[in-house]
Design a protein around this ligand. Structure first.
Ligand code: ATP
Ligand code: CA
Ligand code: CA
Length: 424
């Protein structure tokens, strides 16, 4: 009984949480943004600004629908990243994220239990993260900032903000805001999440054929005989940037990240309309109705919320008409996001081909901690040491890079880790 009660609470919390996250961002971020720019100091990396919201309001925070606390981490650093290095327009950023409070929810596509929300124009992703990931990101923030400054064309996730919402009963939810690698105006015909590991890295092919939006993995890539079709020029640029990004990831001792690759086939264009339904709108102004306790299962909690929202406001499902028809201006600043928001395939004479890649390195906040070491120890007793995905950061990075070089046209296929050999 208690468990069911909790689940109803959670169902509701998703709605309240969203409202609180966006209200916090709207007030917190605009507050920092309104101040006159000043040089950054070392304190800025560890700074946190606290806001306390309630239904009454005060001179610092306007009245909100709920009582909650909001923390903005390193606001000056993230402001510098957004304004100076990621080329975001401050007003645009806030409007995209918080105007009208419309966001769509991707549920939880990973195993970690994180939740993902898209801004209504599909440019930004809010990802809830664990406390460990949060602490880790704060601890590497200075290094990350430095890497971004010296590598404007990095493939690493672009982090725009790090925040925390605390609900009255004490639940603390940490989240980051980052770039959506996929553009609003192009169907993605195939998606791959590549780690350079064979262990558990296959999406069942029979299921994949029925679901064009499935996120495929390393073994699917190899079995389908995929290569990144890039001519010598782009190949050299991409390899060099990947190498530099890997140096950073090894230095900060992170692992478990992947290269996310979205493939758009220009001949197919957008006629499959894969973007339709890609976004299920989440509209926090309309609280989901409470459901009969017996009808609720934890696994489809997110989909319950979506269904409830859909029932209460069907207009919200008309998303494609709200999506921008081109990529956003910030992308033009970045070498690998310049062609229609992505990287266009080229032949050996560096001439354009009819494929656009959308790629980047994601999920870069998992430190190699004791927990992972334990997992590694147990797995290594049973599985081949080189094929499991949890290994220490230097080996992980080297294996990842080897696989990525084998992934490009003309790349050395012999560099593929064990278990990822091409099918004979
Ligand atoms: P796990 O730890 O189990 O891998 P996670 O919850 O940490 O999962 P991620 O690996 O960060 O989740 O992302 C899961 C999926 O969400 C990715 O495979 C990709 O399909 C999508 N995704 C994540 N980040 C982005 C992004 N920046 N742009 C587009 N899609 C993304
Ligand atoms: Ca991941
Ligand atoms: Ca993860």
């Amino acid at each position: 009984k208690v468990l069911v009660g909790n689940l109803i609470g959670e169902d509701h919390v998703n709605y309240v949480l969203m409202y609180n996250m966006l209200t916090g961002i709207r007030i917190g971020v605009s507050r920092c943004q309104a101040k006159i720019k000043r040089p950054l100091t070392d304190e800025d990396y560890v700074a946190r600004h606290k806001f306390s919201f309630d239904i009454v309001g005060n001179e610092l925070t306007p009245s909100a629908k709920y009582d909650f606390k909001f923390k903005d981490y390193a606001p000056w650093i993230f402001r510098d990243l957004r304004d100076e290095h990621f080329h975001l327009d401050p007003a645009d950023y806030l409007l995209s994220l918080t105007a009208k409070y419309i966001l769509s929810e991707l549920g939880s596509p990973g195993k970690s239990g994180s939740f993902f929300y898209f801004s209504r124009d599909y440019r930004f992703i809010i990802k809830t993260i664990s406390h460990a990931e949060h602490k880790f990101l704060r601890s590497i923030l200075k290094d990350y900032h430095q890497h971004i400054k010296t590598n404007p064309h990095t493939l690493l996730s672009r982090f725009y903000g790090l925040h925390r919402v605390k609900l009255p009963r004490g639940r603390k939810i940490h989240f980051v805001i980052m770039n959506n690698l996929f553009p609003p105006h192009r169907d993605i015909h195939e998606t791959y999440d590549l780690k350079g590991s064979a262990f558990g890295r296959e999406y069942p092919e029979d299921k994949a054929r029925q679901n064009p939006k499935a996120v495929l993995k390393d073994k699917n890539w190899v079995n389908r005989g995929r290569t990144l079709e890039l001519g010598p020029e782009k190949r050299a640029l991409l390899s060099e940037q990947l190498r530099r990004d890997m140096e950073f990831l090894k230095r900060v001792k992170v692992m478990d990240y992947s290269l996310l690759v979205g493939i758009h086939n220009m001949e197919r264009g957008n006629r499959d309309n894969l973007r339709e339904n890609q976004l299920q709108m989440f509209h926090p102004e309309v609280p989901p109705p409470r459901r009969k306790p017996s009808a609720i299962k934890q696994s489809n909690e997110a989909s319950n919320v979506r269904k409830a929202v859909r029932r209460s406001d069907p207009k919200m499902l008309d998303v494609t008409s709200q999506l921008p028809s081109s990529d956003s201006a910030d992308r033009r600043h970045f070498l690998f996001y310049q062609d229609e928001g992505g990287l266009r395939a080229t032949d050996e004479a560096n001439q354009n081909m009819d494929v656009i890649y959308y790629l980047g390195i994601i999920d870069i906040c998992t430190p190699y901690n004791s927990l992972k070491k334990i997992e590694h120890f147990w797995k290594s007793m049973t599985e081949d040491r080189h094929t499991i995905s949890c290994i220490e950061p230097v080996t992980y990075g080297q294996r990842f890079l080897n696989f990525l070089s084998s992934v490009m046209r003309g790349g050395d296929k012999s560099l593929r880790p064990l278990g990822l050999e091409a099918p004979s």
